[in-house]
Ligand binder design. Structure first.
Ligand code: SAM
Length: 309
């Protein structure tokens, strides 16, 4: 098991070292940036177990903080490209992660503004012998404010990322893992289902962070499993993915309404909808929360051009 045995995965993952580093650099945790630093080495060991990193992996890490998870990722991956929004953490990261600088690329800025090309360029500059400088895995203790967006956007915009192992607020984990008809199921879950599936999860209590957050957390693993058209078995094209996402948004736009009413309020033609519902066997009176990602793929296909109202 990765991280088991006597040796710590991360020398920073304990309250004493974290306090020492924060004091040395005069850094106070910033609540607005979700700065709750991990102080549990066993949590890091479990994250590494789920990530299953190898020398060919390029890890995309959002929000390295003081480098607690980063120092554990560096020896196991070919390269780690971390994006940190808080510029005052740059000297801290240079100090804590510079020890393995051959594998460490750091970009300072908002991860929401960073694309696959930016990460690949930063990794290329390291000059490491890698099959590709493009990120293969997202492994992060995510800032909770942007966690849900980063998870979906990375799957949408970074096609080489085939696994995500991410710490999120337990509520977000519930939305990610929800199934049709469940309380937490919504447009977000249905859209995520176009790209991947949950293959692991464990819970993490507030005591594993400094300062402790007011919420429960969970680590989830999502493996890329692109949606296919159930009729042809073929993966969806970018146009089909866009059309299906549009149908999902319209179906959930007014989630207390029937799918027919919600979609027609969003501009879909009622007659075209009724034809499509009949062809794929969806009751027009059902609510969107009862339908699976596959149902939405079928519906978008049958609506064809009309799906993009
Ligand atoms: C929950 S802390 C995790 C820190 C560290 N990875 C750990 O496990 O201890 C989240 C980190 O994300 C950073 N952050 C917040 N918003 C960000 C954004 N939009 N882009 C990049 N980093 C961000 C914060 O400054 C903070 O360092």
């Amino acid at each position: 098991m990765a991280g088991s045995g006597d040796k710590a995965c991360s020398w920073l993952a304990n309250p004493r070292q974290t306090r020492l580093v924060l004091e040395e650099f005069g850094h106070g945790a910033k609540h607005r940036l979700g700065q709750n630093f991990l102080v549990s080495d066993s949590v890091i060991a479990s994250i590494l177990d789920l990530a299953e990193l190898g020398e060919d992996d390029v890890v995309f890490e959002v929000g390295p903080g003081i480098g607690t998870l980063t120092v554990a990722l560096l020896p196991l991956a070919g390269a780690v490209c971390s994006v940190e929004a808080d510029r005052s953490l740059e000297p801290v990261l240079q100090s804590t992660c510079a020890r393995d600088s051959e594998r460490f690329a750091l970009l300072m800025g908002d991860a929401l503004g960073v694309g696959e090309d930016d990460l690949a360029q930063a990794v290329s500059r390291l000059g490491r012998p890698l099959p590709s400088p493009r990120p293969t895995k997202l492994v992060s203790n995510l800032p909770y404010q942007v966690a849900a967006t980063i998870i979906l956007r990375t799957l949408q915009a970074m096609p080489h990322v085939h696994r995500e192992v991410v710490m999120v607020q337990a509520e977000v984990a519930d939305r990610i893992a929800a199934t049709p008809g469940g309380r937490d199921y919504g447009a977000y879950t249905a859209k995520l289902g176009l790209y991947g599936t949950v293959t692991g999860r464990f819970e993490v209590g507030p005591g594993n962070f400094l300062p402790p957050p007011h919420v429960q957390s969970a680590v989830v693993r999502i493996d890329r499993r692109p949606a296919v058209d159930p009729q042809t078995g073929e993966p969806l094209s970018p146009g089909q993915l866009e059309a299906t996402a549009h149908v999902i948004d319209a179906a959930f736009a007014q989630r207390r309404k029937t799918i027919r009413n919600s979609m027609s309020s969003s501009g879909f033609d009622k007659a075209a909808l009724d034809e499509a519902f009949a062809r794929v066997g969806i009751e027009p009176t059902v609510r969107a929360e009862r339908l699976s990602t596959e149902d939405f793929v079928n519906l978008a296909r049958e609506l064809g051009e009309g799906a993009l109202a």
